[in-house]
Ligand binder design. Structure first.
Ligand SMILES: C[S@@+](CC[C@H](N)C(=O)[O-])C[C@H]1O[C@@H](n2cnc3c(N)ncnc32)[C@H](O)[C@@H]1O
Length: 259
């Protein structure tokens, strides 16, 4: 009988993490920057990436010439992976912090980035304020997030359905009831699963009073021309404010700290 290879959970996780990391660096982040019209000039600058996960943005920024880059995330497993992955290549230029940005006092950044995190952040206003506080006056913030909860597939495909907006039926129960644990219990709220459920209006109001100017604020940005037409067409009903949340898939803010 041949030897059976050990099916060790750690090995499986490591392989999964590597695949997700590669996907982020080769797919998600190039798309993110294309939606802002390309990478900003990061040469010689210090970058802070909020919700860095496995550190793909930190790597991207250092490859683009940043002087140093720091990633922060609340998930300790991601931070452990990010530290191990980048130590040899970048040494001290890459830093990773596990924690809540509201409780940190990190080196002020010339550029702050955040990709696909804000739709998960529960204390949006305080977190955004802490993030802006970490930018140098005149520093730029590139914050993009998608898909928003109320958009056609805002459940991040955690359930299998081809029907747009299906997850919102019965006050989100259509979604929650399909996510049962071993005891047959389902979550009470989408917040337990890491979705804040914020609407475009909530995101706009979370910026009020912060020392930032809006350099650009775009919605439903795609890079493929046909997809871009479809995404913009979807926005037409947002002329009726009650419908805006259902047709806004993604928001891309370029902000600048004023003082
Ligand atoms: C969808 S992932 C995006 C990861 C990465 N930015 C990318 O685009 O590949 C969302 C990340 O945000 C992190 N996150 C969620 N809420 C957070 C918070 N309040 N503070 C820091 N990180 C948070 C999660 O742990 C997760 O790593």
């Amino acid at each position: 009988m041949g030897t059976i290879a050990p099916t060790d959970q750690t090995g499986f996780d490591a392989e999964f993490n590597r695949r997700r990391y590669n996907h982020s660096v080769t797919q998600t982040l190039p798309q993110f920057w294309a939606r802002f019209g390309g990478l900003p000039d990061v040469a010689g600058k210090h970058v802070l990436d909020f919700g860095c996960a496995r550190g793909g943005m930190v790597h991207t920024m250092l490859e683009a010439g940043a002087k140093s880059a720091c990633g922060i995330d609340i998930n300790p497993d991601y931070i452990a992976f990010a530290k191990a992955k980048h130590a040899d290549q970048w040494g001290d230029k890459a830093q990773f912090v596990c924690g809540d940005i509201r409780e940190q006092s990190l080196e002020p950044a010339d550029i702050i980035t955040s990709c696909n995190v804000m739709e998960h952040v529960l204390d949006l206003r305080e977190t955004l304020a802490a993030l802006v506080n970490h930018a140098k006056p005149g520093g730029d913030l590139f914050i993009g997030f998608s898909p928003l909860w109320h958009s056609p597939f805002g459940h991040h495909r955690l359930i299998k359905t081809r029907r747009p907006w299906a997850h919102l039926a019965r006050g989100n129960r259509a979604f929650l009831d399909r996510l049962v644990d071993d005891e047959g219990n389902s979550p009470e709220t989408i917040q337990e699963l890491g979705f804040n459920g914020a609407t475009p209006a909530d995101f706009r109001s979370s910026l009020k009073g912060l020392p930032v100017e809006i350099v650009s604020a775009r919605r439903n940005v795609a890079t493929h021309p046909l997809k871009q037409i479809a995404m913009k067409a979807l926005l037409l009903p947002s002329a009726f404010s009650a419908l805006e949340k259902y047709v806004t898939i993604g928001i891309y803010w370029h902000l600048r700290r004023t003082k």
